[in-house]
Ligand binder design. Sequence first.
Ligand code: URA
Ligand code: CA
Length: 434
Amino acid sequence: MDFQDIIIKKRDKQKLTKEEISFFIQGVTDGSLPDYQISALLMAILLNGMDAEETAQMTMEMAHSGALFDLSSLPGFKVDKHSTGGVGDTTTLILAPLVASLGVPVVKMSGRGLGFSGGTIDKLESIPGFQVGVTEEDALTYGKTSHLVLMSQTDNLTPADKKLYALRDVTGTVDSIPLIAASIMSKKIAAGANGIVLDVKCGSGAFMKTQKDAEALAHIMVEMGQHVGRKVTAIISGMDQPLGMYIGNSLEVMEAMEVLKGNVKGDLLEVSLLLGAHMLLLAGRVQTEAEGKALLQQQIDNGAGIAKFRELLIQQGGNSAIIEQPDLLPLSPCSLEVRAEKSGYLTHMDTAKIGRASQETGAGRAFKEQPLDFGAGIITKKRLGDYVEAGEVLAVIYSAKDKACASAAEIFQSALTISAEKAPLPPLVLNIIS
Ligand code: URA
Ligand code: CA
C-alpha cells in the first residue's frame, strides 16, 4: 500500500477503508511512516472529516496499538472519567476521591496538558513526592485496597495515540471531532473500565466552541463505547469561563483540597458532583442523579472525601501534610495583580486566552518537552455576571519571572470584557447524552 494514495484519497474527500486505516495506525505505531506524511493525513482528516464507521475503525486500531489494561481481577464495576480539556478544570482531583470513598473503584489513567488546557498528571506532579508512574500490578493492588489510583498512562497503552497527540499539538490538528473522539475513546477502551463518564467541554475555553459540535463529539463517543460493551454517559458542560477560581498546577491542587474540605462551593463543586453522580449511576450505586449528588456531598460533609485524598497521597508517596499546610505546595515568587480598567459587569471571558495566559506564567507548556513551573498560574477573583469597580483586583498572576507575570497579566486583561449592561449567563450544563 502506498501511503501517499491514502493521503490523496482523504484530501479528495473520500472514505478510507478499514485496511487503509489499519495500515495508517500500524505505520504510526511501528515508526515506519514519517511525521510529515502522518501530519498531512491528520490535516486532511481535520479538513474533510471521517464518518462514524471510519472513526470507530481508527479508534479500535488505536486501542489495540498497545496492550489493553485488564481490570477484570478487580472486583466491582470500575468507572472512569475523562474531560475533553478545559481551563481551571480540576474535577478529577475532587470526584475521584469522593467516588472511591463510597467503595466504587476508580483506576484512572490521566494525561498532561494539551495546548491551553491543563492535565491532571501535571497537577499531581506539583505535589512534593507524588509518583504518577504506577505499574499495572500496583494499580490493581491499590484498586483493591484504597479503590483509588490516579496514574499516568502506562508506556504500552495506546502508543499510536501518544504519537498522534504530540503531532496534533504542534500541527494545528487538535480540534477535529473524529480525531478527538478516536484519541479519547481508544485510551478509555484500552484502560479497561466498565463505565465511562465523559465531560465534553463547550465554549470559549474548549476545543468545541459550539453546542452543536460538542453534541456531535459526545454522540460519536457514547455510541462507540456502547458498541464495545462499555456504559458511557457524556455531560456537555460550559467552558465560557474557567471552571474553578484557580488555574495552574499546585494552585488547582489547593482549590481541589478546599472543595473536598467543604470550604469552597460554586461551579467547580457543581460539575464535580454531577460527573461523580453519573459515575455512581453507571456503577449501579444509586438510582438517580440527585441521590448520587447528595451521597457525594455527604462524603464531603463527613470528611470521607478528604480522608480518601490523604490515603491517595500516602499511597503514591506524596506529602500528605499539604492538606493541613497548603503552603508546603510550590507557589511561584513573583506575583502581579490585574485590576479592572473600568467599572461595569463582567460579560465575556475568552477562556482559551486565559489558558494561554496561564501557559505564559509557566504553568503550561509551549512546546512538548518544556519543564513546568508547578507553582505558577492565576488566581481569579471574579465570575461572569459580577459587577466590578474600576481599580478592583480581577486576578493575581504568579510566575517565577517578573517578565512572564507582566505578559500573562496583559493577556489576561485582554481576555475580559467589561460592559455597562449585564449579559445573560451561559449555562453550566448544556446536555446529558447516554
Ligand atoms: N483529550 C484527549 O485525550 N485527546 C484529545 O484529542 C483531546 C483531548
Ligand atoms: Ca485532559
